[in-house]
Design a protein around this ligand. Structure first.
Ligand code: ACO
Length: 382
């Protein structure tokens, strides 16, 4: 038997070194490839962020243009992917499940796409095609036909175009880009760890991101922003915040958008997204929702401190994610898929880092069951 107690949930265990992101939970700091999140996320385009994560530096103008053009050229889906999305829509499968199923088909080439010798082809294809899958699937669910991509639009703007049928305002495209950048990477979170474990076996990028989506969809990881917004809507007006939140805590429910495994202070991403939400919510109706949300946040923080004194349950990224994505008129069903559209940049980058490391991830478990059971024939079992 090992002397020390195993770290249940691998809490606090360092499983690898990475140059991709630093998550300092004690001080509320997130650094992505050397840039504090508040420095890079509101300024960079998503394509710049992808280049940064894949190459450990920002691109020059020509490199950025090349990546933009390449990603835009990969937006057509393989025929099998579109067929799968139509079948999934007929069965009204949740969007994140449709994305997971469709992601696994991305090893296939689209019609007219030539075989590639580029070792990063699969990573480029999944980054380029995630938003296309989500937008196309959402339209199919609504009984509409998918809209072809606009190669003239950037990654974020094209997603909104394919979803909403019109090119977004620069403010909306910026807000989405800030969101995607903010969630693009975050240390060894559950989905990234999943992706790295898969790549560490010598498996491929498409397998890794398919597994990662499965890990992301749970409410303890990426499934929280929808419920966080539902909670704000359920409260409806400031005067009801305390009563509704107290009742939830008394029933043993978790307040969505609060608490984090690593951050013991406010999640720095919440501030970046609060800034993006504030810039987006300019009209009176929007401002009412924004004010209500900030009131709900303050009340939740006070009640959580009362409920779990000293636990330091603070606002996490999901709370303001909900406000930003709602502000650009994304339905809540698209919140977690949208998280995947941003995080796939990090998953693929971790895949490259893991490949370069070339070491199998294989922890041990501590067996706590019996050792000397005897096999009883079926007829002797009760
Ligand atoms: N509301 C109420 N109580 C909470 C909350 C919350 N949001 N978060 C944690 N607690 C309580 C737990 O009930 C637990 O209490 P106990 O020790 O008396 O049983 C204690 O605080 C510690 O909780 P754990 O689940 O052990 O902490 P862990 O570090 O494993 O969990 C997690 C972190 C899963 C994010 C948790 O805080 C949570 O469920 N939050 C709500 C869901 C959410 O917002 N998820 C998004 C996370 S951000 C992301 O993944 C991108």
């Amino acid at each position: 038997m090992p002397d020390s107690k195993p770290a249940v949930g691998l809490e606090g265990v360092v499983a690898a070194q990475t140059r991709l992101s630093l998550v300092d939970g004690q001080n509320g700091v997130l650094v992505i490839a050397g840039f504090p999140v508040e420095e890079i996320a509101p300024k960079a385009s998503f394509e710049e962020m992808v280049f940064l994560l894949w190459n450990d530096r920002l691109p020059n103008a020509r490199e950025l243009e090349d990546l933009r053009r390449e990603l835009a050229s990969l937006r057509t889906l393989p025929v099998a992917t579109t067929r799968l999305l139509r079948d999934a829509a007929a069965q009204k499968a949740p969007v994140i499940d449709a994305l997971r199923m469709a992601a696994s088909t991305l090893s296939l080439r689209a019609h007219g796409e030539t075989e590639s010798t580029d070792p990063r082809r699969d990573a480029k294809a999944v980054v380029a095609r995630f938003p296309v899958i989500v937008a196309s699937y959402w339209r199919l669910l609504e009984g509409k036909e998918p809209i072809p991509a606009d190669p003239g639009l950037g990654h974020a703007a094209n997603f909104l175009f394919m979803l909403q049928g019109k090119a977004p305002s620069p403010e909306r495209a910026r807000a989405l880009e800030t969101y995607l950048n903010t969630v693009s990477d975050h240390g060894f979170n559950a989905s990234t760890f999943t992706a790295r474990v898969i790549v560490s076996t010598g498996s491929d990028v498409v397998s890794a991101i398919t597994g990662a989506i499965g890990a992301l969809k749970g409410p303890l990881h990426g499934g929280a922003p929808g419920p966080a917004l539902d909670m704000v809507f359920e409260i409806g007006e400031k005067a009801r915040a305390e009563e509704v939140l107290r009742a939830k805590l008394a029933r043993g429910e978790r307040l969505m958008g609060f608490g984090h495994r690593v951050y013991k202070v406010r999640d720095p991403r919440a501030d970046v997204l609060n800034g993006a939400a504030k810039a987006l919510y300019k009209g009176d109706a929007d401002k009412r929702l924004y004010d209500l949300a900030t009131h709900v946040e303050a009340t939740a923080l006070r009640l959580l401190e009362e409920h779990k004194p000293g636990r330091s349950l603070k606002t996490n990224v999901e709370f303001y994610t909900a406000l930003v994505l709602h502000g650009i008129e994304l339905p809540t069903d698209l919140f977690t898929p949208c998280f995947a559209i941003g995080r796939v940049a990090g998953w693929t980058a971790h895949g490259f880092e893991q490949q370069a490391l070339g070491k199998l991830i294989r922890p041990q478990s501590e067996y706590v069951g019996p050792r000397d059971r005897k096999y009883a024939p079926l007829e002797r079992r009760s």
